[in-house]
Design a protein around this ligand. Structure first.
Ligand SMILES: [Zn+2]
Length: 234
């Protein structure tokens, strides 16, 4: 019988997919990173009006786990439950069914593929998402489509390994100023730095996104910086 050598648990929780410039790169994160992001997104849940006894639907891809798992844990942390759907054209019908079955207060992560899938199934966006208090768009196409349907979507913005959300003011994406610093290049490119220890260092990472950073406090009372998206120049 061979003796078993117990190895310490690996520090790596998983490997995410992060946009750097125009490319996607693998991004290892630790358990501590995930826990810290979870703590950060407890404020996100409050910002989205998700609390005790509520249900939130999170629509995402498995490759988005480093951005999504902390949201799921944060939902649990505020006493809410979450249900998951795939952010794909083919699973869009299930997002619609989920909304009607679990009556979520918020649906996070509607993207262009979900919009395409719903339209392809002959569904009206206003009819599907109208009953949901807070609908969060994961990209600009989805935001425009939801606005075009007469809804008031908020934006979820992935900035490198972290992400932020708009509050009810819908005037820029709040980022956690205690963990993240966002700077702009001369042409408005957004550079993100994490200011807390993380497994994979993130210093002035070129997100490939363009926007402006608003430092003045938001009408919602938050003093966290906000990002207003602008189209890439040229
Ligand atoms: Zn705000």
């Amino acid at each position: 019988m061979s003796s078993t050598v117990r190895m310490p648990p690996p520090d790596v929780w998983g490997v995410g997919r992060v946009a750097v410039g125009g490319e996607m790169i693998p991004w290892p994160v630790s358990h501590a990173d995930v826990d810290d992001e979870t703590d950060s997104h407890v404020a996100t849940m409050r910002r989205l009006g998700v609390g005790e006894g509520d249900v939130v639907v999170i629509c995402s891809l498995l490759s988005e786990a480093i951005h999504v798992f902390p949201l799921e844990q944060a939902a649990n942390a505020v006493g809410a439950r979450y249900s998951s759907t795939d952010a794909t054209e083919f699973d869009a019908f299930r997002t619609a069914a989920m909304v009607s079955q679990v009556s979520p207060v918020a649906v996070i992560g509607v993207n262009r593929d979900v919009v395409t899938g719903l339209r392809g199934a002959g569904r009206d966006l206003r009819e599907v998402f109208g009953p949901v208090k807070v609908v969060v768009a994961a990209d600009e196409d989805a935001r425009e489509a939801l606005e075009g349907a007469g809804l008031a979507p908020r934006r979820w913005l992935k900035l490198g390994p972290v992400s932020g959300f708009e509050c009810a003011e819908r005037d820029g994406v709040h980022v956690d100023g205690s963990r993240v610093r966002v700077m702009t290049t001369e042409d408005g490119g957004l550079l993100v730095t994490t200011t807390v220890p993380r497994l994979t260092p993130c210093v002035d990472l070129a997100t490939g996104l363009h926007g402006e950073v608003i430092e003045r406090p938001c009408a919602c009372g938050s003093t966290d910086p906000r990002i207003r998206m602008v189209p890439a120049p040229g």
